[in-house]
Ligand binder design. Sequence first.
Ligand SMILES: [Zn+2]
Length: 115
Amino acid sequence: MRSIKRDLEEQRSALTNAIKSLGTARDADQGREIVKDPYGAASMTHDDEIAATVADRRSRQLRQVTQALEDINAGRYGICRECGEAIAKARLRVMPFATRCVECQAKLEGLERAA
Ligand SMILES: [Zn+2]
């Protein structure tokens, strides 16, 4: 558990630095609003758009990492939000930010597909 936490802390600082170096430390939601602005969008170059997409993805990752660290600190990391069972270690290794066990995730995706 300690090594997962250290990994996440390293990821968090790497992502924070990456976002800062892109010059888009702004929140992803604010970024989307700027893109929606017709004048802002018109003045955006292709490179700016790519940078905004990268920044958006990184800030989403940062949120996931931060959430996982909060869960670790609260002692609920690796616990399924739906059923409260422990999420399989193998699943967490592939998906470190999984918040549901395989069964609950499958159920949820089934519901989304039906909706
Ligand atoms: Zn579950």
